[in-house]
Design a binder for this molecule. Structure first.
Ligand SMILES: C[S@@+](CC[C@H](N)C(=O)[O-])C[C@H]1O[C@@H](n2cnc3c(N)ncnc32)[C@H](O)[C@@H]1O
Length: 274
């Protein structure tokens, strides 16, 4: 009897696996092993081909959702995962970054538990870790920042407006996920809570990818320019995911890059990663 046929009697197992920020060699060894053994991989839209190539024997199913938007889309994804587990032995649900951060993992785990399907979670490198590594700036630099908040100002459909900015306005280092579209309003809001206009801001698009872009500005600069303009895309929104980070830990790097550019007034320094 084929492994699939056996599963008609007994559901398979699902692994919610963190794919990390993009670079395939930032996956954990466990993630790579599970991908190599998977029968089915249901993956987020932004997972690259080099990561998917680690699952040569698996059926690949793009579940397409970007930035955790629609609850209907999420219900549809839950159903697809459950269906895959009822028809296959080893199912990987591959999610960008770390599955437990801003990744709707709880809904998927709840749906699997309700369906009586066994699951495990494999952590991944989250965007804030990848972006700080790329910038070579510690988010909790001793003497400057004793705490860091990972947050999103975005509220889901039907949820109350997010209080995350207000609640974390004084946290020394902030890493803002899913914030690039509303960055100007976010900057104004943080300043209205007393965050200094000269607070350094770091933007990283596509952290860990070869085509990554970085820019530094201040909170005032972020309130006046779109993320696209700061990253050098003009009127266009950046194509890749962007992490907005801010805090005093970025000051030295911001000043070092500003002083190494020819324009004294440069607000935005664009650097390609290696
Ligand atoms: C739905 S959240 C998923 C976060 C993911 N679970 C993680 O741990 O990184 C998507 C947001 O994460 C951030 N992000 C994800 N990958 C990124 C990358 N490679 N570079 C910069 N930001 C990234 C962006 O802010 C993006 O809007």
């Amino acid at each position: 009897m084929s492994r699939q046929a056996e599963q008609a009697q007994q559901p398979g197992k699902v692994w919610l696996v963190g794919a990390g920020p993009g670079a395939a060699d930032l996956l954990t060894l466990r993630a790579a092993r599970l991908l190599a053994e998977a029968d089915v991989v249901l993956h987020d839209a932004l997972i690259g081909d080099d990561v998917l190539a680690l699952a040569p024997q698996a059926r690949l199913i793009a579940v397409g959702k970007r930035c955790g938007r629609h609850s209907t889309a999420q219900r549809f994804i839950n159903q697809k995962i459950i269906h895959a587990a009822r028809t296959h032995a080893r199912v990987v649900r591959l999610k960008g970054g770390d599955p437990m951060l801003f990744g709707r993992a709880q809904e998927e785990m709840n749906a699997l538990a309700a369906a009586g399907i066994e699951y495990e979670v494999v952590p991944g490198v989250t965007a804030a870790s990848a972006a700080s590594a790329q910038l070579k700036v510690s988010l909790t630099r001793r003497g400057i920042a004793r705490s860091v908040a990972l947050l999103t100002p975005r509220a889901g459909e039907g949820e109350h407006p997010s209080q995350a900015l207000r609640a974390n306005a004084d946290t020394p280092t902030l890493a803002l996920y899913m914030a690039s579209h509303e960055s100007m309003a976010i900057a104004r809001e943080l300043m209205s809570y007393g965050r200094g206009a000269d607070t350094p801001v770091a933007l990283v698009e596509n952290a860990s990818h070869p085509a990554s872009r970085e820019a530094f500005t201040t909170l005032q600069g972020l309130s006046e320019h779109t993320v696209g303009a700061l990253l050098g895309c003009g009127d266009q929104a950046p194509e890749g995911p962007v992490l907005v980070m801010l805090g005093e830990v970025f000051r030295d790097e911001m000043q070092a890059r500003t002083s190494s550019t020819s324009s004294e007034s440069a607000r935005c320094i664009q650097v390609s990663a290696a």
